[in-house]
Ligand binder design. Structure first.
Ligand code: ATP
Length: 205
């Protein structure tokens, strides 16, 4: 009798964010998740406009996508998922995950998220549907402790990662004040901002 062998299940990481701009903390999360969960692929998905944000990003969708692409180019397992940017409107994560599942129907999907966003999960649309489709990987972040979300289907792993005191907000503030952001963003991203003269003319937050 022929031996039955099942192809191993693909393990896909999904990491969404406004990435305004992408920073070294985001890159660290990608590297940690790939290593810890032996991901086959990690999809970086810049949002056109995050549904729960009421301000427009500082950098355009094209600029944010270009910077995310530069990070992806440096990591063989990281790929761009530009579904939300292409839609040119706010997308709920559940809609985007359905697209991921259409492309990778058999994959196990791990959704990477920072603790600050995870504790806001009860505000997300279609949370029950999303919780049935993904496993959340929650990265610790310097912030006051907040209660974990309650949702019966939620499956998650709390990461015990070293804390990185960095955010896109702090980068935008540095730019606004005319301070250097060298070292806060990956090298390629810094060169991009330099070349495009985006390090000095950012007069809004
Ligand atoms: P902003 O300051 O504009 O809110 P951000 O730095 O939080 O931006 P986002 O693009 O909103 O960056 O983040 C995408 C995801 O990365 C979110 O889930 C967020 O919680 C997580 N994240 C960002 N920075 C860190 C960090 N330093 N440590 C852990 N998680 C982080």
């Amino acid at each position: 009798m022929p031996k039955l062998s099942c192809p191993p299940l693909l393990k896909i990481g999904f990491f969404g964010g406004t990435f305004d701009p992408i920073h070294t903390g985001h890159e660290f999360i990608c590297e940690e998740a790939i290593k810890e969960f032996e991901l086959d692929k990690l999809l970086l998905c810049p949002a056109y406009q995050a549904p729960l944000r009421n301000t427009s990003p500082l950098f355009t969708a094209e600029q944010r996508l270009a910077m995310v692409r530069l990070v992806a180019e440096n990591h063989s397992r990281v790929a761009i998922f530009d579904f939300e940017i292409n839609k040119k409107q706010a997308s709920f994560t559940w809609q985007t995950i359905q697209e991921v599942r259409r492309i990778y129907p058999k994959a196990k999907i791990l959704l990477l998220i920072g603790y600050d966003q995870f504790t806001q999960l009860s505000k997300w649309k279609f949370l029950n549907e999303l919780s049935q489709a993904v496993h959340f990987v929650v990265f610790a972040r310097e912030q006051p402790r907040a209660p974990l979300p309650t949702c019966s289907e939620l499956s998650f792993t709390l990461m015990n990662n070293s804390l990185l005191n960095i955010s896109s907000t702090s980068i935008r503030e540095h730019l606004h004040q005319g301070n250097s952001i060298e070292g806060m963003v990956p090298k390629g991203v810094y060169s991009y901002l330099q070349t495009k003269h985006l390090l000095t003319n950012s007069n809004q937050i």
